[in-house]
Design a protein around this ligand. Structure first.
Ligand code: IVH
Length: 661
């Protein structure tokens, strides 16, 4: 191919890729498979490698992240990025409306979710993305262009010709579902965990290596054109223009004809807050007409035509009374903060996680400190930081304990792991967790066997391992405080019943690392007995579709341990079902995911129905999922399922499929 043909071909590929990129990342409506998309990108890369002079900054190949930077350059904002005035009550919104109406009449408002992310300004020249910056102090910010370039929903070239030379502002955020996964991974790797999605977004954008940023699932909502060649009439029109130019615009933005309508928008949005996959901390009300905005003008600090209504804070400060050490199911020691009880966004919080000892040290949190506590997304409450200004000198730092607080064994800490562990497999703390896990609803589902009962059983020396549960007698249980004949019989009945739960639940209940609900179902569907499973090497296990390498490794290790084999033999001796007869049916091996609320079935019951018919229930959307059952208020899984073009059914269709009515 000569250079001229290559140039044409490159342009064609770029247009095509940009189109699909937009369909995927902005419209949530992919038209081709990931594979086909990758092939287009590969073709373009190959051509650009052959003709490097034809590479331009707006090519989709430039998103992957270039060389690390030494630091960020500072750039001045042509128009200062001023912040908004806040309102904390509906009455304050009414007062804002009155102030507005002193200057202009017949006001319409645009109500926008206030995205709790990182504000950015994007500059386009002749329709091409040139530069992007953080807000900084409002006058000048950091040039983070190479990081922003990696975010797929930011167009590198604008669509159409309506916007050519402009600065566009908005917010970068870290989707909550990805944030939770990301934080878990960070914790495992011993890297920094973030208190909330906003910090994770900010931390990502501060990375000097754009390749790291490219690997993070950052997303955007844009809401403001600070300047352009053309004037627009209203916020509504400029949002339309932004959308048409290829930006992602929040779908919940609405127009309100009066302040009361705007207030009712705020009310409704606050109830939806927890169900969104991004954090919002309020509503931004903007006078719609730009002519009216100009009349209202700005003070040095804030525009007079907009206000931010803030939802109830999900942060609060309180005193950290103590740091206790919790010993988990795998022996991991976790520091937990005991707090002076405090209201955080409508919930009383008296305990919060401190993640691990590295975090504790990094954040320098001490017993006696005043601390900032936060609940974000549906993540468990956590201590964000200590307020060091409030220190009296009496505060005490906590160091890593040398001994397990429960059994007194010397703790271990391997070099590559952040975790501090109690190595004693018989540690009562671990035993308690193991039993609790084994008895839990998704495992062997043993009713009447709660944490307190397990504590008592361990204390009395009645159980030492899972199998001991099945040897418990009436006499044993009558020794326990609070146990009468009736409660004893109930517990014995539930224990007896659990013998027949089947291989999948048993596998899950054994608490093998990395073997969750889904992996255990896959295993039970693949093998007919625990013996067959135990005889497989890690290598053989990785051949099973849907099972990761780590999981396979963990299973093989589990069955290579003598105590575990002993336990399995005991369980078999007791008569616990460790074999599966292959289920034949239309749903055999079919994979289901549930999202949203069901109205006539509980989630666990629905899952049971699927499993009884030989199907499996996964928790995450993937290409191999056969049915996605969507209830009311579905979450991000629904969006993802649509994106992947999976079969989506509602509760009624599900019931028909499964044969219940
Ligand atoms: S308008 C002059 N709209 O909230 C226009 N801001 O203090 C100013 N924010 O720093 C911004 N969502 O980062 C606007 N829909 C939205 C917003 C929004 C979030 C942030 C923005 C700004 C702060 C307000």
């Amino acid at each position: 191919m000569n250079k001229n043909d290559a140039k044409k071909q490159i342009q064609k590929l770029r247009d095509e890729i940009n189109y699909h990129n937009y369909q995927y990342y902005v419209e949530n409506n992919p038209v081709i498979s990931d594979y086909e998309y990758d092939m287009l990108l590969k073709k373009l890369e190959a051509l650009e490698t052959q003709y490097p002079t034809l590479i331009t900054s707006d090519s989709p190949t430039q998103r992957v992240g270039g060389e690390p930077l030494k630091g960020f350059a500072t750039v001045g904002h042509k128009i200062p990025m001023i912040s908004l005035d806040n309102a904390y009550s509906y009455d304050e919104l009414r007062e804002f409306d009155e102030r507005v109406k002193k200057v202009v009449t017949e006001v319409e408002y645009i109500c926008e979710p206030k995205i709790d992310g990182v504000s950015i300004a994007l500059i386009y020249e002749n329709g091409v993305f040139i530069r992007g910056a953080t807000r900084g102090d409002g006058i000048k910010g950091d040039d983070i262009s190479s990081n922003l370039r990696t975010i797929r929903s930011i167009p590198l070239r604008l669509h159409g010709s309506n916007l050519q030379n402009a600065e566009v502002r908005g917010e970068v955020y870290f989707p909550i579902s990805s944030f939770k996964r990301f934080n878990k991974e960070q914790e495992k790797k011993g890297e920094q965990v973030f208190a909330n999605p906003r910090n994770a977004a900010a931390g990502s954008l501060r990375q000097l290596d754009p390749r790291i940023v490219a690997s993070r699932p950052l997303d955007t909502y844009l809401y403001y054109i600070s300047y352009a060649d053309k004037d627009f009439k209203s916020q509504e029109k400029s949002l339309e223009t932004l959308r048409a130019a290829g930006f992602r615009i929040n779908p919940l933005i609405k127009k309100a004809a009066s302040i009361e309508e705007a207030i009712s928008y705020c009310r409704t949005l606050e109830t939806k807050r927890e169900s969104l996959d991004y954090e919002i901390d309020g509503v931004v009300l903007k006078v719609n007409s730009f002519a009216q905005q100009r009349e209202l003008g700005s003070t040095i600090k804030h525009p007079r035509w907009a206000i931010a209504f803030k939802f109830t804070a999900k942060q609060a400060t309180t005193k950290l009374k103590d740091i206790v050490i919790q010993v988990g199911r795998t022996g991991t020691l976790t520091p937990v903060a005991i707090l002076e009880p405090v209201q955080v966004g409508g919930v009383t919080v008296s305990r919060a996680t401190l993640h691990n000892f590295d975090e504790l040290k990094r954040k320098d949190i001490r017993v006696g400190d005043m601390v900032l506590v936060e609940r974000s997304g549906d993540v468990i409450p956590q201590v964000v930081k200590s307020i060091s200004e409030k220190r009296t000198g009496e505060e005490k730092a906590r160091t890593i304990p040398r001994k397990c607080p429960v059994c007194g064994s010397d703790v271990i800490r391997t070099l590559d792991e952040v975790a501090v562990r109690c190595p004693n497999k018989q540690c009562p703390a671990r035993l308690k967790w193991r039993i609790e896990y084994f008895a839990s609803r998704d495992a062997m589902d043993i009713d009447h066997l709660g944490g307190q009962t397990i504590d008592k059983l361990i204390e009395k020396g009645l159980i030492d391992n899972i199998a001991d549960l099945y040897a418990l007698t009436e006499q044993d249980l009558l020794q326990l405080e609070g146990f009468k004949e009736k409660s004893v019989q109930n517990l014995l009945d539930s224990i007896e019943k659990s013998k027949h739960q089947g291989l999948a639940r048993l596998m899950y209940g054994l608490g093998i690392r990395h073997v969750g609900k889904y992996a255990s179902q896959i295993l039970a569907a693949q093998y007919q007995s625990i013996d067959e499973l135990a005889s497989k090497t890690a290598e053989e296990l990785t051949q099973i579709h849907g099972l990761g390498e780590k999981t396979a490794e963990a299973i093989a290790t589990f069955f290579a341990t003598e105590e575990n084999i002993e336990l399995i033999n005991k369980l078999k001796g007791i008569g616990i079902r460790t074999k599966e007869t292959k289920k034949e049916g239309p749903l055999n091996g079919k994979k289901f995911v549930f999202t949203g609320g069901l109205s006539t079935l509980s989630r666990p019951d629905a899952s049971d129905l699927v499993m009884k018919k030989g199907g499996m229930v996964a928790s995450a959307i993937g290409k191999d999922i056969d049915y996605v059952v969507v209830g009311s208020d579905p979450g991000s899984k629904y969006e993802k399922a649509k994106k992947l073009g999976l079969t989506i059914i509602d509760e009624n269709e599900f019931k028909k499929l499964i044969g219940v009515s």
